[in-house]
Design a protein around this ligand. Structure first.
Ligand code: IVH
Length: 684
């Protein structure tokens, strides 16, 4: 292939991929199979490698990231990024309306209302229809060049599909993390025993400043655009600008509305006060803008903000209550979390009794004392937050809180690591909540999946010194469990309720424990509870190292060369295996018969077991990247088809499969199998 031919093919590929991407991410429809899409992307990657001189910095291959930015360059904004004046009451809104009326000398005008998105503002700069820079707000005059990270956001157009656009323009918008993705990230963090992210906005902001853009690519950021700026914009109103943005392929929130007078604006505000909670992202108010661009020009700006726009902020729901006590929780990793015990109050529809105080620094910042009246707020976040202390109500004799120095559960002196805000109880072996926490993690669904074993039973077994390490579970016998007396905590008046384990329960527990020995290596690896090794990391490690011995013997270099393993995880893995107690623990689990090696057929041993069988794969998989699964099929004699047709034998179904594909497979009565069923097929 010569340069000219390559150039032509690259152009067609980019155009096609962009069209499919837009349909998928912004219109929620799939125009081609995932497989076909991947093939196009692979072909493009291949051509870009062979002809680096043709590599387009805005090629769709950039979405996966891969660049490292050591320090973000500071860039001057061509048009400063201003802030908005805030209002909190209808009276203030009416005063704004009067000011505008006066400024426009009573000419008729319209409003355009939008949500005030709570994310990170960004300026996207396009030249000749191509994204050239993405700059954060910074101080309004100059911001950071975060283009590489922004390019990984699937909904940000890299090259506009409509060729007829102004030579230069800027689009302002808000980058955000949806609540759904935020909750998912926090669930993963919880599983790993890591401190939770505080709110979606901070996480979005942190992600934009990541040095490694391939990590940013995984965080699933999104954007809503709300402002178009430039010299030759073919529009007379803000509404027309928004329509242009839509036509050019920019993502917009469907919640905006034109209003003909301030009374309509107020209706819009009331309507969204509750409805906003069902939006995919946090909002903290609405923005009203004067629609006509000539009117905007006439009204002009103050030094800080436009006189043609203002925000109305919803009050975060807040209330005061008494801080009755502070207790301290010990997590499975030994991390201590201080908890405010509050006099119960009703706030935004729920009764609030407790709020996390996060760590000693946060307590110091709030200067919070027992007996204080505190402000509790429920904003975007679900967990209530203490935002301050009503100092005028403070009792004269109240004393600052001395943070605990010893573990509230086992009395071991606490430690604090240099880089972390939390205190830790270092008594891993004997501290009861750490033992219990590890045990609960070990039996959880994504780990060894041991059913029928509740917290009370585990606690009973730990209290009676029958078990201490998760490996002790495999030494339990029916006789040890049958009739075992367990203390229940349901009696709140302090009375101790005792119940004894019945025959059937004992039988079920033993059965579940035995069954768990079938769990694959990646589950075992997750279950043993190496800090920072969550389920996804465990899967990556299992696929890469294949067995526990290879992982234990891996050098730091080996570890960080594995896919998606960074310094923090690598250090944690080494630290775990340096502890002789952990080695004994692994040995005990090996003796019990757990899988410490990836299953034979999952590894790359070729066969002809899938000969004459055809496959299409769709969605994402727990065990493999798509390419790995494609290779396994090929190595075992199977054939991959590019789309669903009558000739197809199996559709291997992962998560998030496109609805169109599902429909087609059903229509043609194709056999659909999960990845587990695929493994069974392979091992027959
Ligand atoms: S318009 C010249 N529209 O609010 C004013 N801003 O307080 C241009 N924001 O920095 C801003 N939603 O980050 C505008 N629908 C919206 C917005 C919005 C959120 C943010 C933006 C801006 C800040 C100003």
């Amino acid at each position: 292939m010569n340069l000219l031919e390559a150039k032509k093919e690259i152009e067609i590929l980019i155009q096609t991929i962009q069209e499919y991407s837009y349909a998928y991410y912004q219109e929620d429809t799939s125009k081609v199979s995932d497989y076909e899409f991947d093939q196009l992307l692979l072909r493009l990657q291949d051509l870009e490698e062979k002809f680096p001189e043709l590599r387009d910095p805005n090629s769709p291959t950039q979405r996966v990231g891969g660049t490292i930015t050591k320090a973000f360059e500071t860039v001057l904004h061509k048009y400063p990024m201003l802030s908005l004046g805030n209002t909190y009451s209808e009276a203030e809104l009416l005063a704004f309306d009067t000011r505008v009326r006066k400024g426009l000398e009573d000419a008729p005008f319209e409003y355009f209302c939008e949500q005030k998105f709570d994310g990170v503002s960004i300026s996207l700069i396009y030249e000749k229809g191509v994204l050239v820079r993405a700059i954060t707000r910074g101080d309004g005059e100059k911001g950071d060049n975060v283009t590489e990270n922004v390019k990984t956001i699937h909904t940000v157009p890299l090259r506009l599909k409509d060729g007829d656009v102004p030579e230069y323009f800027e689009v302002r918008g808000e980058i955000f993390l949806s609540r759904k993705v935020f909750d998912m990230l926090n669930r993963e963090k919880e599983e790993m025993g890591e401190p939770l992210l505080s709110n979606p906005r901070n996480s979005a902001s942190g992600t934009l400043k990541l040095q490694n853009s391939s990590i940013a690519a995984k965080r699933k950021l999104d954007i809503y655009c709300y402002y178009l700026l430039g010299e030759n914009i073919p529009a007379k109103t803000h509404e027309e600008c928004i329509q242009l943005l839509k036509k050019w392929g920019f993502p917009l929130s469907p919640t905006s509305q034109k209003c003909s007078h301030i009374a309509e604006v107020i209706t819009y505000i009331h309507e969204w006060e509750t409805k906003r909670h069902s939006l995919p992202l946090d909002t903290d108010g609405i923005v009203l803008k004067i629609n006509n661009l000539e009117h905007q020009r006439l009204l002009g700006f103050t030094s800080k903000s436009p006189k043609w726009a203002i925000s109305f902020k919803y009050k975060a729901q807040s209330i005061t209550t008494l801080l009755e006590n502070i207790t301290y929780q010990v997590g499975r990793t030994g991390a201590i979390t201080p908890v405010a015990e509050l006099k119960p109050v009703s706030l935004a529809g729920t009764i609030v009794k407790r709020a996390s105080l996060h760590n000693a620094n946060e307590m110091q910042r709030l200067d919070i004392r027992i007996g204080d009246t505190v402000f509790v707020e429920k904003g975007g976040e679900i967990i209530p937050k203490i935002t301050g202390v009503q100092l005028e109500n403070r009792k004269q004799d109240s004393l600052p809180i001395q943070y605990i120095t010893h573990c509230p559960e086992c009395n071991t002196p606490l430690v604090r690591y240099e880089t972390e805000a939390n205190h830790y109880c270092p008594n891993r072996e004997k501290c009861p909540p750490q033992i219990l926490g590890r045990m609960e993690h070990f039996i959880s669904r994504n780990a060894m999946n041991i059913e029928n074993l509740g917290t009370e039973t585990i606690r009973g077994l730990i209290d009676k010194h029958i078990i201490q390490y998760p490996s002790d579970l495999y030494k339990l016998t029916y006789e040890m469990l049958n009739g075992l007396e367990i203390q229940t905590v349901s009696d709140k008046k302090g009375g101790n309720n005792i119940r004894s384990l019945r025959e059937k329960s004992a039988e079920n527990i033993i059965h579940s424990i035995q069954k768990s020995k079938q769990e694959p290596f990646e589950n075992v690896l997750f279950a043993i509870g190496i800090r920072y090794v969550g389920k996804t990391t465990a899967e990556k490690l299992a696929t890469h190292f294949q067995n526990i011995d290879a992982l234990m013997n891996a050098s730091y270099q080996d570890l960080i060369s594995a896919p998606e393993i960074g310094e923090k995880i690598a250090q944690s893995i080494q630290h775990f295996f340096q502890n002789p107690q952990n080695i004994t623990f692994i040995h005990a689990l090996k003796t019990a018969g757990l899988h410490f090696q990836i299953k034979e057929k999952e590894s790359n041993s070729p066969s002809n077991i899938l000969e004459n069988k055809t496959f299409v794969i769709s969605g994402t998989f727990k065990r493999w990247e798509r390419e790995e699964l494609q290779n396994i099929i090929k190595q075992n004699g199977g054939k991959l088809l590019s789309s669903i047709s009558k000739k197809l034998d199996y559709l291997v179904v992962g998560e998030n499969m496109g609805p169109a594909k599902l429909e087609k497979a059903k229509e043609l009565n194709i056999t659909m199998i999960t990845e587990e069923e695929f493994l069974t097929l392979l091992s027959q």
